[in-house]
Ligand binder design. Structure first.
Ligand code: BGC
Length: 482
């Protein structure tokens, strides 16, 4: 076994944040009689298996009415923080500050209070993909007036929730917001969307930095998603360059402006200009930032938020990535179990962006088909990925501050509906009460949290491996897992 594949026993730094995530549209439910405006996802009618509540919207996991149950699950997981998102159209039904839906805002206040009472730190995402439909009607992220709209929305939340929320994420996975349009709006649109997302993020960061940081003292940044890219043939220069290109087009698209220079990376600029000109366009499809915009964007971060799930193999063709058939599958076609890539990506971010503090804001694995509460594949995924995170800290000196598992409970997995399940908790969607029940992986994650890592089994039984009450039996039977 190569040295880097060996399991590393050891602990995470003291005060490491152990978290679990969800997002508004995926768990809350619509409940428009409580004043929520339509979002683009309420309008997305082709989604299979959407669980509908008639005219009142979609039910999802109904977290909107289940604060207590959700917080109980978090307490029993023993997480130090909970990452959730605010539904823009629940708070501002038409996307603008013209009208504030107090009932919607109150839901988040109650959730935050319940978390704080349980000693759980709220990590709040402003935008996790559920754009108010009213803003989409005027062009959505393609219309640059959205930058101001987003800033006003952010300001309302800083004002109303900022004395209790100390960890903000402006945008979740800007790549997917921009890319979502590629198939239906090829050409320039994804680049314009990305351009506006970067500016909107930068404006929210400056607003917080200038006006709210001094009295509220929190952190604010962006969460970027990325695979790790491995050259298909590690000795072939073309494959190596393709790996670099893959990372620059995915993670670097947003990270280079924000964490480095204020501008797009050269790999993207060169490639997109060449292709645009070759197609007879007079200029690159990639928009340019003005000098003052670059100054405004550069350095607008307090930490590096990273969502990571999988690895690809790259080579020099138009479709630049494949996977290895020997890699373990999951319930999602795009997600192969490749823990080694996690450590490599963390190290790459450290080296590329001058060692920023990193919070992993999502990482996890899905299943499909009939429920099996003994989800050993998920235990295997978390054990091996979290161990790679430990190696990144201990062996590569990556400044990793926190880890977030995706996701608290099975929920609405976007275009695939409820078929792909990432949860620690199973949700029975056929029962109107939507009861939640833990899978084995929930207890396993709690054990990692209790131990703050992986105590060496050779050193004898460690007290942290003994979970309370019903967990006890499990930790004895599964001692082989640690
Ligand atoms: C998103 C989540 C999503 C998860 C699994 C991430 O891209 O932020 O909302 O459910 O991946 O696909």
């Amino acid at each position: 076994m190569p040295k880097e594949d060996e399991f590393l026993y050891g602990e995470f730094p003291k005060n490491f944040w152990w978290s679990v995530a969800s997002s508004a549209y995926q768990v809350e439910g619509g409940w428009r009689d409580d004043g929520k405006g339509l979002s683009i996802w309420d309008q997305f009618s082709h989604t299979p298996l959407k669980i509908s509540n008639g005219d009142n919207g979609d039910v999802a996991c109904d977290s909107y009415h289940k604060i207590e149950e959700d917080v109980e699950m978090l307490k029993s997981l023993k997480v130090s923080s909970y990452r959730f998102s605010i539904s823009w159209s629940r708070v501002l039904p038409d996307g603008t500050t013209r009208y504030v839906n107090e009932m919607g805002l109150n839901y988040y206040e109650r959730l935050i209070d319940a978390l704080l009472a349980a000693n759980i730190i709220p990590q709040v995402t402003l935008y996790h993909w559920d754009l108010p439909q009213a803003l989409q009607n005027v062009g959505g992220w393609e219309n640059d007036t959205i930058v101001q709209r987003f800033k006003e929305y952010a300001e309302l939340l800083f004002q109303r929730l900022g004395d209790k929320v100390k960890f903000w994420i402006t945008v979740n996975e800007p790549y997917n917001v921009a890319y979502a349009g590629i198939s239906i709006r090829p050409g320039r649109a994804p680049y314009v969307v990305a351009h506006n997302l970067i500016k909107a993020h930068a404006e929210a960061w400056h607003l917080y930095n200038d006006t709210y940081r001094a009295k509220q003292g929190g952190l604010i940044s962006i969460t970027i998603n990325s695979d790790w890219a491995e050259p298909r043939n590690p000795h072939n220069q073309e494959d190596i360059s393709a790996a670099r290109r893959y990372l620059e087009f995915l993670l670097g698209w947003f990270a280079h402006p924000i964490f480095k220079t204020g501008d797009y990376n050269e790999v993207m600029k060169t490639r997109i200009r060449e292709r645009s000109l070759a197609q007879g366009l007079s200029q690159s499809r990639l928009p340019e930032f003005t000098e003052s915009e670059k100054q405004r964007i550069k350095g607008t971060y307090d930490y590096f938020g990273l969502n990571h799930y999988t690895t690809v193999l790259t080579y020099n063709l138009n479709y630049p990535a494949v996977t290895d058939r020997s890699w373990l599958n999951s319930g999602s076609f795009w997600l192969k179990v490749t823990p080694f890539g996690f450590r490599k990506l963390l190290r790459w971010i450290k080296e590329e962006y001058d060692n920023p503090p990193i919070y992993v804001t999502e990482n996890g694995v899905s299943e499909r088909g009939a429920s099996d509460f003994n989800d050993t594949w998920r235990i295997h995924y978390y054990r091996s990925y979290i161990n790679e995170a430990l190696k990144a800290i201990v062996l590569d000196a990556v400044d990793l501050r926190g880890y977030t598992a995706w996701t608290l409970m099975d929920n609405f997995e976007w275009a695939v509906g409820f078929d792909e399940k990432f949860g620690f908790y199973h949700v029975n969607f056929t029962d109107p009460d939507l009861p939640r029940r833990p899978k084995a992986s929930a207890r396993y994650y709690t054990q990692i949290i209790n131990c703050n890592g992986f105590p060496d089994a050779a050193a004898g039984p460690h007290p942290c491996l003994e979970l309370e009450s019903e967990g006890k039996r499990y930790s004895r039977n599964c001692a082989f897992l640690v």
